[in-house]
Design a protein around this ligand. Structure first.
Ligand code: NAI
Length: 299
């Protein structure tokens, strides 16, 4: 069948950025899709953390009987850490999950365009940045697409696929089938700031910060209100900590600049937390504390 032939074309996946998202994407590509994964990060410590976290996450699946020991070993074997973009030259698909900055991502896309094979698809896991603008940094805009995973990628069922202005139907179809191989549901968004999910989610998170900043309620009551009052699995402030406050702030900046409405202007308390390095769970402290680091900021 044409579908299966299309799926098989993606055998080697490059993942750039081995942080919260990239490590989960690498795990999925190796364990769920059976691909060889070339994992790159500018920080070698991040690569070591990613390999440790993938290994412990897959070991949990083995312990639960959801993955055989042999599949665990094969999956780990398929993940190769690399130290330069040049080593991604054999990738059929590259998914970047680096910092949420348009300039930095564009520079990466310029490099990827030069070194990857002509047929390779270049995907971004951006939370909000225009796929069309990232694509315009390359000579292959029809092969650039948004693949927006959710945190943590191995657990969350959704991938939001974003077509840039020039993304071809063939590339969209390949990425759709690849996403299904990863066991995900897909939704499709036009290329507008924040796409679907963050366009709706980030104003809610920002509003929760405003409620905290203006003393409407404690952080616990804001989160409990939204959990029990609207049946969300976690409150918006805790969710912001899980996403990363730096990521939330960057996405709000894209919404604010791209849609030109002051309602997207980030709450000063969110800005202050990011300035103070309180980036959320990944740093041990955000709105809530997850480690021992202390801070003088009192919401
Ligand atoms: P993170 O901060 O956990 O990881 C980013 C990693 O990229 C770091 O390890 C960093 O060393 C590396 N990096 C930065 N610049 C690089 C470069 N030029 N080359 C190679 N490596 C580089 O960030 P996280 O949360 O994983 O986010 C990554 C991307 O995924 C961002 O675009 C973000 O908007 C997006 N995203 C984040 C979600 C979340 O819930 N955190 C959800 C969906 C998308």
């Amino acid at each position: 069948m044409a579908t299966q032939a299309t799926e098989r074309e993606i055998a080697v996946v490059g993942v750039i950025g081995a942080g919260q998202m990239g490590s989960g994407i690498a795990q999925l590509a190796a364990a769920a899709a059976g691909c060889v994964v070339l994992l790159l990060d500018s920080d070698t410590a991040a690569l070591s953390r990613a390999v440790a976290s993938i290994s412990s996450s897959l070991r949990r699946l083995v312990a639960k009987g959801q993955l055989s020991q042999a599949s665990y070993e094969d999956s780990i074997e398929r993940i190769k850490c690399v130290s330069s973009v040049q080593e991604l030259c054999d990738a059929d698909l590259v998914i970047e999950a680096i910092v949420e900055s348009e300039d930095i991502k564009k520079k990466l896309f310029v490099e990827l365009d030069k070194i990857t094979k002509p047929s390779a698809i270049l995907a971004s896991n951006t939370s909000s940045i225009s796929i069309t603008r990232l694509a315009s940094a390359t000579n292959r805009p029809c092969q650039v697409i948004g693949m927006h995973f959710f945190n943590p990628p191995p657990i969350m069922k959704l991938i939001e696929i974003i077509r840039g202005a020039d993304t071809s139907e063939e590339v969209f179809t390949k990425v759709k089938y690849f996403s299904e191989r990863l066991g995900k549901m897909i939704i499709c968004s036009q290329d507008y700031p924040g796409f679907i999910v963050n366009r709706i989610l980030m104003p809610m998170i920002n509003e929760a910060f405003w409620a905290l900043y203006t003393g409407v309620a404690t952080k616990e009551d804001i989160d409990t209100g939204m959990k029990l009052g609207t049946n969300h699995p976690m409150g918006p402030l805790q969710l912001a900590d899980f996403i990363g406050l730096d990521v939330c702030l960057s996405v709000l900046g894209v919404l604010h600049n791209g849609l030109g409405d002051s309602k997207y202007s980030p709450c000063p308390l969110l800005v202050q937390y990011v300035d103070a390095g309180r980036l959320g769970k990944k740093r041990g402290q955000g709105v809530y504390s997850y480690g021992t680091r202390s801070s003088s900021i009192k919401p």
